[in-house]
Design a protein around this ligand. Sequence first.
Ligand SMILES: *[C@@H]1O[C@H](CO)[C@@H](O)[C@H](O)[C@H]1NC(C)=O
Ligand SMILES: *[C@@H]1O[C@H](CO)[C@@H](O)[C@H](O)[C@H]1NC(C)=O
Ligand SMILES: *[C@@H]1O[C@H](CO)[C@@H](O)[C@H](O)[C@H]1NC(C)=O
Ligand SMILES: *[C@@H]1O[C@H](CO)[C@@H](O)[C@H](O)[C@H]1NC(C)=O
Ligand SMILES: *[C@@H]1O[C@H](CO)[C@@H](O)[C@H](O)[C@H]1NC(C)=O
Ligand SMILES: *[C@@H]1O[C@H](CO)[C@@H](O)[C@H](O)[C@H]1NC(C)=O
Ligand SMILES: *[C@@H]1O[C@H](CO)[C@@H](O)[C@H](O)[C@H]1NC(C)=O
Ligand SMILES: *[C@@H]1O[C@H](CO)[C@@H](O)[C@H](O)[C@H]1NC(C)=O
Length: 359
Amino acid sequence: MHSRASLLAILLYFVVRVTCSYRQNCNTPKNAIEPPFSPSIIQEINTLSGAPSLVNTTQLIAGINATTLERFLANALNTNNSLPNPIAQTFPNLTTGTINATLVVLPIDYEVAKSIIPSQYGILRESIKNALPGFPEDKYPLVLSTQIDHDIQTSGFKTPDFTSAQFRFPFIDLLHDGYSTFSYIPAIFISNDPIAIAGSEAYDEGTIVATFDPPLDPYAAKPGGERGEVIFNVFTNGVSVLNTTFFLQEGRCGEVGNHPLSFYANVTNQPSFGCANSGCQLTCDNMIRLFYTNITSGAYHPVGVSGDVALAPSEVSTIPFFPGGAKFGGVQGVKLDMAFIENNYKDCGSLRGFQYIGI
Ligand SMILES: *[C@@H]1O[C@H](CO)[C@@H](O)[C@H](O)[C@H]1NC(C)=O
Ligand SMILES: *[C@@H]1O[C@H](CO)[C@@H](O)[C@H](O)[C@H]1NC(C)=O
Ligand SMILES: *[C@@H]1O[C@H](CO)[C@@H](O)[C@H](O)[C@H]1NC(C)=O
Ligand SMILES: *[C@@H]1O[C@H](CO)[C@@H](O)[C@H](O)[C@H]1NC(C)=O
Ligand SMILES: *[C@@H]1O[C@H](CO)[C@@H](O)[C@H](O)[C@H]1NC(C)=O
Ligand SMILES: *[C@@H]1O[C@H](CO)[C@@H](O)[C@H](O)[C@H]1NC(C)=O
Ligand SMILES: *[C@@H]1O[C@H](CO)[C@@H](O)[C@H](O)[C@H]1NC(C)=O
Ligand SMILES: *[C@@H]1O[C@H](CO)[C@@H](O)[C@H](O)[C@H]1NC(C)=O
C-alpha cells in the first residue's frame, strides 16, 4: 500500500509539473492575434496592405524570363510536410501563407554588428535590452532564420514553396526616430525559384541562389544522429556554405534560456529592408507573422532548439560579412510554423511606429 501511494504521489507530482510547465509556456496571451480575427484587426491589416506599393508586381513578374518561369512552374514541388495555410479564406485578396522555420539567435560582437549595418542607421540598444532581458550588452542578437515558405496564395493564385536561410539584423533605427524598429536583411540564401528570387531582389536583400538539404523542409533528422537532432544545410554551386545542427527540446514550449517567444515575434514582425546593390531604397517588406493561429498552438506549439551554426568564408559563401566564416556553438532558438500576411514593397516611412498588433 505504502509504495503504491508513493508511486501515485510521484505520478501526480509529474502530471502536475508537466501540466504546469505546459501552461506556463504554451498559453496563448490574452491579446494574441488568432482567428477569428476581430473586425478592428482585419481592418488594420487591410489598411496596411492597401498602402501604395513602391514596386509594380505585374512588371516584376513580367520581367522574369518567360521560358524559365514556365519551366519552373511546371516542375515546382510543394512540401506535404507542413500544414496548409489557415488564413487564406480570411484574407482572400492579400498574400498569405505559412513559414515553417527555425529561428536562432547568433550573439555577435556589438562592434561587428555596427560594422555590417549601414553606418547611417543606429541600433536601438534599449529596445534590445527590453526585448531580450539578460542578453550581454556587448553583444548583438543577429537572427538566422532557416525556413520554408509554403501554401502561398494571392487571390487564388498559388506561388510554389521555396526554401531559404536569412540573416536578419533587428532593431535598426531606420527612420532616426529612436523607437520604430526595422530589420536589415543583407543576405539570403534562396531556392532557385524565379518568383522568390525576383521578390527578394526587389528588396535588394543580397540574394544568393542555393540548394538545401533537406530541399523542401525547414529541417530533417540528422542521418545517424541522436534522437531529436536535426540538420539544415546550404550549398551554392554544390559547395557547402552553411551548416546548422540543432537539438529539439521537446518539453520546452518555445522558450529556451533567455530568449522568450515574444522576442522572436517582435523581431520577425519588424518590417525588413535590404541595401545590397543600389544603396538603401527604403522599400520595406511588412510581413505580419501570426504566432497564435492553430498551426502554431496546441499540438503544434513552438519547440525550443539549441545547437551549432557554421558559415563558410566570404570567398565561398559570397556573403560579404564574416570574411573568415563563422562558427557558433550552443546557440538558442525555436522551431515553429506560423501563418503570415505579406504586405510587399511598402514605403518604410509609412511604417513608422509599426507594432505587431497583439503581442
Ligand atoms: C503595373 O504595370 C502594368 C503593366 O505595365 C500596368 O498596366 C499597371 O497599370 C501598373 N500598375 C500600377 C498600379 O501602376
Ligand atoms: C530565357 O531563358 C532561356 C533558357 O535559359 C534562354 O534560352 C533564353 O534565351 C532566355 N530568353 C531571354 C529573352 O533572355
Ligand atoms: C505532395 O503530394 C502531391 C499530391 O499527392 C504530390 O503530387 C507531390 O509530388 C507531393 N510533394 C512532394 C514533395 O512529395
Ligand atoms: C514543419 O516542418 C517539419 C519538418 O518537415 C514537419 O515535421 C512539421 O510537421 C512542420 N510543422 C507544421 C506545423 O506543419
Ligand atoms: C486551422 O483553421 C483553418 C481555418 O479554420 C482550418 O481550415 C484548418 O483545418 C485548421 N488547421 C488545423 C491544423 O487545425
Ligand atoms: C476580394 O476581392 C473581390 C474582387 O475584387 C471582392 O469582390 C471581395 O469583396 C474581396 N474580398 C474581401 C474579403 O475583401
Ligand atoms: C518589441 O520590443 C521593443 C523593446 O522592448 C518594444 O519597444 C516594442 O514595443 C516591442 N514590439 C512589439 C510589437 O512587441
Ligand atoms: C558542413 O559539414 C560538412 C560535413 O561535415 C563539411 O564538409 C563542410 O565543410 C561543412 N560546411 C561548413 C560551412 O562548415
